[in-house]
Design a binder for this molecule. Structure first.
Ligand SMILES: NC(=O)C1=CN([C@@H]2O[C@H](COP(=O)(O)OP(=O)(O)OC[C@H]3O[C@@H](n4cnc5c(N)ncnc54)[C@H](OP(=O)(O)O)[C@@H]3O)[C@@H](O)[C@H]2O)C=CC1
Ligand SMILES: O=C(O)[C@@H]1CCC=N1
Length: 282
């Protein structure tokens, strides 16, 4: 099978992470055309990734041009811009092309309504660790999306992460755990490093200790899936009446477990709210 031509419309944090993953997995750079809003960003991204990047600012039809030659079109703009972008590119798309959005909250139905009837679409919820080959993606195909399209997008994203095909009702929950999730780990790293500095460590060393510890713990979690769960791995670090026990008691006293669950649920609830906002008559 020849490698598909790919358009990445919008090349910010998320589509940039997907692009890094695709390039890292061996997709040829010449198969990819991306777009940005500003010319300065297009130049910076072209230099960073080595792909062609068109800016809407300097090429009015940048999105149509990028979409026209693509077999797979990733929409990576902000949620309120997605349906407008769909309308902009709908007549430029190649027959048989599939449109995959990475946006939170924008439903399959919203995209299908903005595109031409019968257009294959896929709603995805990826996360930024795709950039290092360790991402997670939730994916829901549209009504006119056949198995081949779903497999094509799943295969592209699956080269740099784990892909789960889900009913659309579960995408917001996946957003709360995995889409927003890297930020929770980074937040933990920020505070672990800050604690190290407060206890007298050099900031660079403290940041390195936090990063490497979370990296190592994440690898252990993945490698022990199905045999030792997170709670067991935590118990293995916790000596009776030792140092870790004191830390966990302190977290429990602050009800940190409940705060983390509330945060993940708030992310998911916010996705549903944005869907409502985008559905409201203008
Ligand atoms: N960030 C994340 O971790 C995740 C984000 N998402 C979803 O990804 C989407 C993008 O978010 P994120 O990457 O964070 O946002 P960014 O602001 O980082 O990127 C947005 C990109 O869209 C470009 N853009 C804006 N308007 C246009 C236009 N009219 N034509 C072409 N390109 C345009 C911007 O151009 P320029 O570079 O010139 O500013 C920028 O490259 C959102 O819908 C979000 O819900 C989903 C999962 C995780
Ligand atoms: O914060 C956001 O809205 C996006 C979606 C998931 C992660 N980032």
């Amino acid at each position: 099978m020849t490698a598909p031509k790919i358009a990445m419309l919008g090349l910010g944090s998320m589509n940039g992470a997907i692009l890094a993953g695709l390039l890292g997995a061996g997709v040829p750079a010449e198969n990819i055309t991306a777009t940005t809003r500003t010319a300065a960003s297009a130049q910076a991204k072209a230099d960073q990734y080595g792909v062609q990047v068109l800016a809407e600012e300097s090429t009015a039809e940048a999105n149509q041009r990028a979409a026209a030659s693509a077999d797979v079109v990733f929409l990576g703009v902000k949620p309120p811009q997605i349906t407008g972008l769909c309308a902009e590119i709908k007549d430029a798309l190649k027959p048989g092309a599939v449109v995959a959005s990475v946006a939170a909250a924008v439903t399959v139905a919203m995209m299908e309504q903005a595109l031409n009837p019968g257009q294959p679409v896929i709603r995805t919820m990826p996360n930024t660790p795709l950039s290092v080959g360790l991402g997670v993606v939730g994916l829901t195909p549209g009504r006119s999306t056949d198995q081949q399209h779903t497999e094509q997008v799943a295969q592209l994203l699956g080269a740099s992460g784990r892909v789960h095909v889900l009913p659309e009702e579960q995408i917001d929950a996946l957003t709360g755990v995995a889409g927003s999730g890297p930020a929770y780990a980074f937040y933990l790293a920020e505070h672990m490093a800050a604690a190290g500095v407060e206890m007298g460590l050099d900031p660079q060393l403290a940041a390195d200790l936090a990063a490497q510890t979370i990296y190592g713990a994440g690898k252990m979690l993945v490698e022990n899936l199905g045999t030792h769960d997170a709670a067991q791995l935590r118990r293995n670090v916790t000596s009776p009446n030792g140092t870790t026990q004191k830390a966990i008691e302190t977290f429990d006293a602050a009800d940190m477990g409940s705060a983390i669950r509330s945060g993940a649920q708030a992310s998911s609830t916010r996705a549903a709210e944005i869907t409502e906002e985008l559905s409201a008559p203008q």
